[in-house]
Design a binder for this molecule. Structure first.
Ligand code: MOS
Length: 726
């Protein structure tokens, strides 16, 4: 199904199932420990063996020599595999650095060997016996120091310019120019990367933890130099991703190589202290923002420049994206610059670009509002735009940022905020409120699904879509149930298997809308097959409801259409130009109240509210869950999260969850989420948009702005740790 005209009325609009607060259909499996994650997959007739990965102890240089003889003789060891043993590996499309390093070392903890043994402990013990001599080279690890070497990225984000920023800024009545920094961050998902690989002849099966089954399949086949048809990937349950599992990682490659060498199925997990430097992270940024405005608050000039770094061949953190679209202003420019760094690979983490971009932009907007003497909510409202500010011919498909701000202000009690910073004190706490807009683009990726109706009236959905904790199982079941007029418990959903039709996968908050739209497309075909089977010309003559098919006075069970054989249909949603003719984005507002201890500088979140305008909300329970999780992540970004760079040796020092601090329940006392009641017919037949990453974008700035309101101290370098407040 090609989606190239705005959606009209369709069965999803009934809202009998879609849009209802249905609990996760996979919830019981998860809460009773029966959901099988990658490393837990177990065939009782197989004795699994274990691979332990050895990582480079230098960030840049060469392996002068590697001696595995002691490791090979250690108890339980079956094989020690280095890149010398496996022939040439090709580089997949999505990895910047090699997943199995050879002579040349590209980053710290790049995998250089895998030790395979009967038990995990034996593999780990033997790994410590691998002796490596390095010829170390000097690397570049400090973004601040490398900033002036940064260049325009080759195939990355182009610079943008409209009007004459310099002239407009020069002559603006009120001007603002500040620089902000965001640190390297880790996804910190609960489940580390893990894979089990098994060969059957030349066919490879991998149980893994992946957000994008088809990308992994293709890249694993490419890396190993085998036919992708020979690779079978499964990832039915995933303990979080946040972007860390978008791209093939070393665990899957090394499990496959180790299993080939050992001729037995091998399990490889990346322990957290290893994965921090072995896998990807969100790169640090330096961002300069300049704003010029009239005295009445109208922005006349806005510029956002961002610097980040990555390994050779890597890409920038595009932190300027939102500034191209969020506020009006005739004269504007953005620029993205990329420095070469020899740190581990930078790559997508939840709302790549917009999340760190909003961390800077939304403080700048708060600062500018104060300079203009305007309420920060009003300043944002004054500068709302209903068209792409770089191209006024191009409207937003739907945009109610003003509604988000106004509704949020009302519900949060924004009017009680003291305008003068540092003036509200409760005991030892200085109390303040902050606001920020939320913004994240809505991306459209093709997505396929197969649906089948059997004689019991059970509808089975198969797609390689993943559920990374987001609720895909549930919203996909709701979609099929709505389309075929059956209750959710008559829908069986099978996900994340490369034998199923290729889906959008999970990432960039596109999975919810796109994967359900793919299921919609397949269900449209199944409805046609049902109509034909029952002797009607078209499904339009039929009503699908309560497990029945109805036409006038006639009623028959849906299952009747499958009485002799199951009825199956497959289709794929593909998107035309609607996201080019119309800018598709999601909007929101974050409100935060903090207390800052007058003596220690400790910040405590007191309450948070998010308002979101993101098209149809497919399930308010799973959507809310995404948003409160994102708000929590935003608090981490504001207050604690930072990968600390060893600028001499080139690695992240705090490589575990003891030292890379994310919020715990006790840090987050009260969260509320309000969804504006909207649909977006441009986004898909579902009229839904992304929600998961919107919930993150802006949160950290709202916290920063609340801290400023509480204390009068403006911190422009994240995270806002207590040392910056005393
Ligand atoms: Mo997304 S960058 O896969 O959370």
């Amino acid at each position: 199904m090609r989606f190239d005209k705005p959606a009209t009325m369709n069965p999803i609009d009934q809202g009998k199932v879609v849009g209802q607060p249905i609990h996760r259909i996979d919830g019981p499996l998860k809460t009773t420990g029966r959901a099988v994650y990658a490393y837990e997959w177990h065939d009782p007739n197989t004795r699994y063996i274990y691979g332990y990965v050895v990582g480079s102890a230098i960030a840049k240089g060469r392996i002068a020599s590697i001696d595995v003889s002691a490791a090979k003789q250690a108890p339980g060891v079956i094989a020690v595999v280095t890149s010398d043993d496996v022939g040439e590996l090709k580089k997949g499309k999505y990895n910047t650095a090699k997943l199995f390093g050879g002579t040349e070392i590209q980053h710290y903890h790049q995998a250089i060997a895998v030790v395979v043994a009967e038990t995990f402990e034996e593999a780990r013990a033997a790994a410590a016996l691998v002796k490596v001599d390095y010829a170390e080279q000097k690397g570049v690890f400090d973004l601040e120091a490398a900033k002036d070497t940064a260049v325009k990225p080759k195939d990355g984000e182009p610079d943008s310019a409209v009007g004459d920023f310099d002239a407009a800024f020069e002559t603006a009545a009120v001007r603002f120019d500040q620089t902000y920094t965001t640190p390297d961050q880790s996804h910190a998902m609960m489940e580390p990367h893990a894979s089990i690989a098994a060969w059957n002849g030349d066919e490879l099966t991998v149980w893994t933890s992946s957000q994008m089954i088809d990308w992994w399949r293709t890249d694993l086949a490419t890396t190993l130099g085998i036919d992708r048809e020979k690779v079978h990937i499964m990832s039915p349950f995933i303990g979080g991703g946040f972007g860390s599992k978008l791209f093939l990682r070393a665990d899957a490659v090394l499990a496959a190589l180790a299993a080939r060498e050992a001729k037995r199925p091998v399990k490889v997990a990346l322990p957290r202290p290893f994965l921090i430097n072995n896998t990807t992270h969100r790169p640090a940024t330096i961002q300069r923002i300049r704003i010029g405005a009239e005295r009445d608050g109208r922005i006349t000039a806005i510029a956002h420049e961002s610097w980040s770094g990555d390994l050779p061949g890597g890409g920038p953190e595009v932190a300027v994206q939102q500034t191209r679209l969020l506020y009006a202003g005739a004269n504007r420019m953005t620029a993205t610059r990329l420095a070469t760094l020899d740190l581990p690979e930078g790559n997508a983490m939840r709302a790549p670009g917009e999340a760190p971009g909003m961390m800077a932009l939304e403080i700048a907007i708060d600062e500018m509002a104060e300079r203009l003497g305007l309420d920060p909510v009003e300043f944002r409202v004054i500068n709302d735009t209903q068209v792409d500010p770089e191209n006024p011919e191009r409207p937003f498909s739907h945009r109610d940022l003003v509604g988000c701000l106004r509704t949020g202000a009302e519900r949060f009690g924004w009017h009680d905020r003291n305008k003068q910073p540092g003036t509200r004190r409760e005991g030892n706490w200085l109390v303040g409120m902050g606001v920020a807009s939320a913004f994240r683009n809505n991306l459209l990726l093709p997505s396929g699904a197969r649906v089948r109706l059997d004689r019991e009236g059970i509808v089975t959905v198969e797609t390689d879509m993943t559920d990374i904790g987001t609720g895909s199982y549930t919203i996909i079941a709701q979609t099929a149930a709505e389309m075929l007029g059956v209750p959710v418990d008559k829908v069986a959903v099978s996900l994340a298997d490369s034998r199923f039709p290729v889906s959008s996968g999970s990432g960039g908050q596109f999975g919810g809308n796109c994967s359900t739209a793919g299921v919609y497309a397949a269900c449209v075909k199944l409805r046609e097959a049902v109509a034909q089977k029952l002797g009607f010309n078209s499904p339009d003559e039929l009503t699908f409801a309560e497990g029945e098919v109805r036409a006038g006075d006639r009623r028959m069970p849906l299952a009747q259409a499958a009485s002799d054989e199951p009825l199956a249909a497959e289709d794929r949603i593909e998107f035309g130009d609607l996201d080019k003719t119309h800018q598709q984005s999601t909007f929101g507002a974050h409100f935060v109240e903090v207390g800052v201890d007058v003596a220690t500088g400790e910040t405590r979140i007191r309450r948070m509210l998010a308002t979101c305008g993101a098209g149809r909300i497919l399930n308010p329970i799973t959507a809310r869950s995404q948003v409160i999780g994102a708000m929590t992540m935003g608090v981490g970004g504001a207050l604690s999260e930072e990968l600390v760079v060893d600028k001499e040796r080139g690695f992240f020092v705090n490589h575990d969850l003891a030292a890379y601090e994310v919020p715990v329940h006790a840090d987050i006392p009260h969260q509320e989420v309000i969804f504006l009641d909207e649909t977006d017919p441009m986004s898909s037949p579902m009229k839904a948009k992304g929600i998961a990453e919107l919930g993150l974008c802006g949160v950290a700035a709202a916290v920063a702005n609340a801290i400023y309101n509480a204390t009068g101290i403006r911190v422009r370098e994240y995270p806002i740790t207590l040392d910056k407040l005393i």
